[in-house]
Design a protein around this ligand. Structure first.
Ligand code: ATP
Length: 448
């Protein structure tokens, strides 16, 4: 970046740059790193967990708390195994897989373009593929001490199935009438054939899902409503129009029970990819769980007394994929005056892991600076840094997306003022020490 003109901005072009930053600054790094990592599993460090929690809190606030027609739950990860027979996962939740007879690598048959050349064949770099065969993506486990087949269970492959299991009880306890929704955020597990693109395709990941139950005649209205809401959410968190688009599923892509589906896609450095799906699942799930459990999951219209099975509109977003999209979008390298450069994460303040950093100009100013830090920590995730020159300290905060830095200097001792610096513009302003919290409240907004 050093040879470029001041003010020049370079967006993220190579995922490796983001992967390196995430490891170096403790956002995301390989799980079990000391053992060489484990393919498809990732750990979120001190900053990563804050980012992820902020995203989940924003989703929960808008999808659950701000609505009187949505209830939240937190179900167990392992459900009764019949759940996954009813949902069709045991029979159908599989991807086509091929092996190369030469290099022994295994790939999804529909993603062979990404396989690269075969390193093991002589005279050609073409792979020697086997015929595709179905590979079930459900991760199995065993429950209890018994070794027999009855104890086989599955780690949930999506968070929505337990919502259907709980539909009747939640509706009763919350005294909800159709239309209403049930939402949850939690872990899902898929034994992906090729985990790749950092956290984009993992074997353990988090989903935030809403299942919204409505009358059949209202399905299109609710589909459009939720698509609009979810797009607004992504846009408000900063994903710009040139990086966000919708893609309707073609009829041949739709699951047999699905009437309509729309992907929300983000333009990653590795191409346009789905981050969220909006699906009209019809009455498939409730009907199947009624059939398999023998419990009636239909509802009775309070006025007409008609008994019917509601239709489901689903919104399903990957928390890890969204975090990755937000990080990709926020990342930029900027050329500064004097041949210097900085890396900055322009994260929405609501998502930024650290909201404010307190930087005393000298270690001698620790006492009053620490006092300010303690005050700010009661409201926000604040950070204290007294190591290195002030420019270096600003760079460290820019690189992790901290929207504001407050510098306490020797003048602060006499004039009761501090310097606040904004991340994106790098503008500085001198404000009253006892007004810092109010100044930040105005700028960070209520959700931060
Ligand atoms: P894909 O086609 O990419 O495998 P999908 O269509 O199977 O995804 P859904 O079952 O609709 O995905 O899951 C909803 C959301 O869950 C996705 O939009 C994505 O954000 C997230 N998700 C699905 N699989 C993974 C995975 N292996 N790793 C991380 N996130 C995932």
């Amino acid at each position: 970046m050093t040879s470029e003109l001041p003010g020049q901005i370079r967006p993220l072009e190579r995922m490796d740059d983001l992967v390196a930053l995430c490891a170096r600054r403790g956002f995301i790094f390989p799980s079990s790193e000391i053992y060489g990592g484990i393919n498809g599993f990732w750990d979120y460090g001190p900053l990563g967990v804050e980012l992820k929690n902020n995203l989940k809190a924003a989703w929960w606030q808008e999808v659950v708390r701000e609505r009187d027609d949505v209830e939240g739950i937190d179900s167990s990860i392992i459900c009764h195994p019949r759940t996954w027979e009813a949902s069709g996962h045991v029979e159908h939740f599989s991807d086509p897989m091929v092996d190369c007879r030469a290099c022994k690598k295994r790939f999804r048959a529909d993603q062979l373009a990404d396989a690269g050349p075969c390193p093991s064949r002589e005279g050609t770099s073409e792979h020697d593929w086997t015929e595709p065969r179905r590979f079930n993506l459900m991760l199995q486990t065993r429950i209890g001490a018994s070794e027999d087949a009855a104890a086989v269970a599955y780690l949930r492959a999506e968070t929505c199935q337990p919502i259907f299991n709980d539909f009747r009880r939640v509706r009763e306890v919350a005294r909800q009438q159709i239309p209403f929704g049930i939402a949850q955020i939690g872990k899902a597990f898929r034994n992906e054939i090729n985990p790749r693109n950092f956290t984009f395709r993992s074997r353990e990941f988090e989903q935030a899902e809403l299942e919204f139950f409505c009358r059949e005649t209202e399905r299109d209205r609710w589909f459009d409503h939720w698509l609009g809401e979810r797009l607004r959410f992504h846009r408000e968190l900063g994903l710009g129009p040139d990086h966000l688009r919708t893609r309707p599923h073609a009829p041949e892509e739709l699951a047999h029970y699905c009437k309509r589906a729309m992907d929300i896609e983000f333009r990653f450095p590795f191409g346009w990819q789905e981050i969220e799906g909006i699906h009209d699942r019809g009455d498939w799930d409730l009907s199947r769980h009624s059939e398999f459990s023998g419990k009636d999951l239909g509802v009775t219209d309070p006025e007409t007394k008609e008994h019917y099975v509601p239709v489901v509109i689903e919104t399903s977003v990957g928390i890890d994929r969204s975090c990755l999209a937000l990080l990709c979008h926020a990342y930029r390298e900027e050329a500064l005056e004097g041949g210097e450069a900085r890396t900055v994460l322009r994260l929405h303040p609501r998502l930024a892991p650290i909201k404010v950093a307190v930087l005393p100009l000298s270690k001698k100013l620790a006492e009053p600076a620490r006092r300010l830090e303690r005050e700010l920590r009661r409201r926000w995730n604040a950070f204290y840094d007294d190591a290195g020159n002030i420019g270096r300290r600003y760079r460290r905060q820019d690189e992790v997306g901290t929207p504001f830095c407050v510098t306490y200097d020797f003048d602060s001792e006499t004039d009761g003022r501090v310097t606040v610096r904004e991340r994106d513009s790098m503008q500085q302003e001198r404000i009253a020490l006892d007004g810092v919290a109010a100044w930040l409240t105005d700028r960070l907004g209520p959700g931060a």
